[in-house]
Design a protein around this ligand. Sequence first.
Ligand code: MOS
Length: 750
Amino acid sequence: MSQVVKSVIGKPVDRVDGRLKVTGGARYAAEFKVANVAHGVLVMSTIASGSIRSIDTKAALSAPGVLEVITHLNAPRLSFPERPQTMDDYIAPVFGRSLPVLQDKTIYFNGQPIAVVVAETLEQAEYAATLVKVVYDESKHVTSLEAEIARAFPPQEGLMKESPTDRPADVVRGDPEALSKAEVVVDETYTIPIEHHNPMELLSTIAEWSNGKLTLHDKTQWVPNTQMHVAMVFGLREEDVRVISPFVGGAFGSSLRPWSHPVVAAMAARAVRRPVKLVVKRQQMFTSHGHRPYTVQRVALGASRDGRLTAIVHEGYAQTSLYEENTESLLGATRMLYASPNCITRYRLVRGNIQTPLYMRGPGECSGVFALDSALDELAYKLKIDPLEMRIRNHAGKDPSNGLPWSSKSLLECYRRGAEAFGWSRRTFEPRSMRDGRYLVGMGMATGTSPMFRMPASARARIFSDGTAVVQSSASDMGPGTWTTMQIVGAEALAMDLSRVRSELGDSTLPKASVHGGSGTTASVGSAIHEAALAVRAKLLTLASNDSRSPLTGATEAQVTFADGRISLKSDASRGESYSDILRRNRMDSIEATVDSQPGDENKKFSMHAFCAHFIEVRVDADLGSIRASRIVSACGGGRIMNEKTARSQLSGGVVGGLGMALMEETVMDHRMGRFVNANLGEYHVPVNADCPTIEAFFVEERDEHVNPLGAKGIGEVSYVGIAAAVANAVFHATGKRIRHLPITLDKLL
Ligand code: MOS
């Protein structure tokens, strides 16, 4: 008699924390109730370059309620580590020393924290912050990438060799002269402005010292990394810093690394001998964390007349700060996405008086693929080949960058099913050939791709004698549904009903999680939870098997089935017992297993990426130039899907983020002042519901035996990638105008 094992993986499961979130029960960093908390407010520099000549805090100190004002003159001397510094730093590789906040008088950028005012109430701190008087010695700043491009330099290399995140300065594949030999060439330059993540939740920390130990309630995408960073800065043992971060109210990359605020909050709390809450204000968010770097990209494509790529040249210039080198995979997709025998990529950084940039929503690929897939569309038009057909002709059957087979790839299926759902065959080729009344209708498409990361991560699984279980890891959840996914992964591997398993996340006292980024949480933390669950149920079997009182005496793993919280013999399902029976008989309240999970050598044997195909229809007002996305279909191959509901939501969310990049998002720098002029949500535009058409986002079924034990690819970022190109291509189809500088706003069409 064989048992049917119920699987919860891939079913649409409601968020387990949904009720908590809509009732306010879910606590975000600044919402924790901490007794006797004082409030910190940052003071920011108002020049972009130079130094502080004097800083007068007398008036602020004598304002009502003020407890302390800390500047570089009275701050403790701290030790800011060089990065990289952590166990799997390759996901957030920034070379240099993080901003030595309040350590000296140097001003690197406008909006740099230069003081913190601590007061009894937030209002008192806010007011006193306005009383801090600063005199600067100003020097010439540079905030324009173009102005400094002659001083571009290759980024440091060596950290990420053989990793899919490798981002070498120069790569040549095949014939370096191939472009000049091509039958047809397009050669264009594309720019992407600075963009900011603009999550709903502000950067916030509550810092509390007790007997030399520090507790931080912090908004972070990487609990153990914040713990390690703050411990290093203050010279503490790691275990003397506890970081608690159960929920993150959106981040999109902005909280991948600890910025200045947790350090300043801890500094302030130590100074006033009280817990201090520090919430970065919305305007300050634009310089308190990094941003999508400003990039200038030249893409030259050469092809045969039948539309096969014979040469790709992609040169990318990206801005970084004065004191750190931030890199991202700007050119990585170009080396692997299309089957060209010849490919040259060249990556250069340009310094400026800005905060260090960092990953933002599909970092690197988002920017690189905008240029690449725009250029491919331009080439398709030059050759009079349908843009979808152009991509199919250049589909890569194996990874052109390293010759490895794909762990799985269903991009052709995404093209086919996406085109069908969208009605691509109804499209007419010529620009301006489709119209609906006053609207020019355009249809465009592009490819999205994102590399898959499995990082080292640890997890614990524990089964209780009452028939419940918990799975634990210190992972963050910034909104994709990690609490739910981990519960699903745990329940599946424990072979228990979903309602009997809980997850616990976001606390540094739990086993170490990998970064909640790079679309890698399910692959990494999920795999760790999966392995921990298998380990604990194996322990239970050993208990039973070694026990003459058990119906499972002598049974081996191969002879039993785990289902519904029971172990039973495959040969006779009536012979078995529940997990609770085993624990109770042994007088145990619970049994647990903790594993440190590691990737194997699969990324040496396979190239692992998720892919998607985006199809977008836009309507452009023929007189006004206003652009609306009117239909979007996005088909994705994302490996095995854990939770159909939250996964589809992530896919649609990525599309919306991509629409923002395509049509709205731009942080505008006033180069005369070296200062952002739209550092607020009124003038930094992101899509709202009214900007978003119906999005038909779906997964094509994909089995991947290689990527990780769950077969799950990351899906958090792949759908952002390619949207901007698809929109630009649709706008070209509608209007005949090729916009190579994001965002595509109506002024560029007039
Ligand atoms: Mo993601 S941009 O690695 O949070």
